[in-house]
Design a protein around this ligand. Structure first.
Ligand code: SF4
Length: 66
C-alpha cells in the first residue's frame, strides 16, 4: 500500500472521496456513508472502513465527470 495523492488524503474522507470503488450514500441529508464496493468481492476490504483512508491498495482514481 502506498499514498496515492496527498491532496486526496487530506480531505475528510481521505482517498475514498475520489476512489472509483466508493459508493457515497447520503442519509437524512446530513450523514454521508462511504461504502467500499470492493468489499463485496474481496474480503481484504471492509465495507465501511474508518475515515480518513490515507493508504489503500484498491484505490483507483475516479475520472472527472463520472
Ligand atoms: S478501494 Fe480503498 S480507497 Fe477505494 S473505496 Fe475501497 S477502501 Fe476506499
Amino acid at each position: 500500500m502506498d499514498r496515492r495523492d496527498s491532496e486526496d488524503a487530506s480531505s475528510p474522507a481521505g482517498l475514498r472521496g475520489s476512489c472509483r470503488n466508493v459508493r457515497i450514500i447520503r442519509a437524512d441529508n446530513r450523514i454521508i456513508y462511504y461504502l467500499c464496493r470492493l468489499s463485496a468481492v474481496d474480503h481484504r476490504y471492509t465495507k465501511y472502513p474508518a475515515l480518513p483512508v490515507t493508504d489503500c491498495a484498491g484505490f483507483v482514481r475516479q475520472e472527472p465527470g463520472r
